[in-house]
Write a new protein. Sequence first.
Length: 431
Amino acid sequence: MGFFDLFGKKIKNDTNKSFTVNIDICSKLDWNDFLKCIGYTESDIKGNVEQLKIILSPFLRELYIYKYNMPIDLNKRIDMFENWFENDSFRRCYSVNIRELIFKLASWYEMRYSDSTLNEMLSSGKIDNYNCFNFNRNKYIHDNFNDDSDVYFLELSKTLDFGFFIKSLSDNEKEIFKKKKLSINFTKDNYGNTYFLTPNGFVESILDCNNSFLLNKCDRSTHITDVVGFSESSIDVYINATKESVKNSILFYYKSAFVKQEVLNCAMYKLVLNQNTKFGTLRSLLFAKEFGLDIDVPMIYGVERDNYVRQEINFYLKFGGSKDLICYRNYFDAGYKNGEEPLEMKSIADMIKDYCGIYTDEEKFLQQKLCDVLSSKVSSSKELYQKLADVLSSQINPYELEKEKKRLMIDEDEERRRQVIQRRLAKKLNR
């Protein structure tokens, strides 16, 4: 279990006790946990991992302390990130109200997936369903489009996409979501040779120590951390200074990734916390899935928050969740908030047992399919068992599955176009 697994620790109550990390603990930090914390995978890493660990060791310690002290309370988590952002030297690179940006992000997603849209999802059991917003009474639409335009019926989940949100931000706020580059022009090694670099830190060319002739023109496949040692000491002040600029640029690159990831996490917390909507848990679950966040978080906090527990569990399991996940049953209850009762914890599997008498439409459909098999006329029990085994163990051909998905999408598009035409005809007939 990784150090950055927020729910791996058995916490009895919320605590704000500070924690100091020593070198021995930091040496045990898992690199993959760190990458997960900043929203990266191994494929996103450019350069020598061991050299990067040396350069990033202060930030690794800082993140370990940050994650170790993370409270259960979601509001305090947002406060904690805001305090880190405001007090870190990284803050000087941006002029952004980080809390306001988090709230903007959450508000955009609530507008994109309204309660009516999510209600339709829960009733249909589908994620990709059409939810057209009717602009018949919109003066701007009437003035600029004719009656045959599809713009009268827009799908908000596709219209108000992430690109729309980014365009609504200020230039400074947009910088938070931009993928950063290692803005390094050159550096020197201990022999005084100069390495000219691409914006991502790959070596373009090498000049000799006197800058008099070209030693090598590279193919941009070698990263600077592969050829220059950043743990070595040197008496050459200038060489150390150029190495320091590389270190700072790499540190900025990874801190930027962490900030973007935490802004997304805090927006997810905000979606869970919003009590003015009936579908906070499902909406935050969709948000987590879309942006590659931890889908466990919405379930841990919000699975007992509203009356759609069974449907939310089904969506969560479809997304790859675990039935062994332990959830907080009473996080939003007044008794826990007032300190009158402890957190009540229960696994998804136990919750499913509790709701054994209530089934969703999807579960009823699957149960009916099983009943059809059981009730079919078979010559012997052996044949029945074989038929059941064939159903339960059948492997779906991925190619055929993809073909079927495309066919269904085409059918749905045709149905949607047919509905639009019908609406237009009905509108003209009424006139």
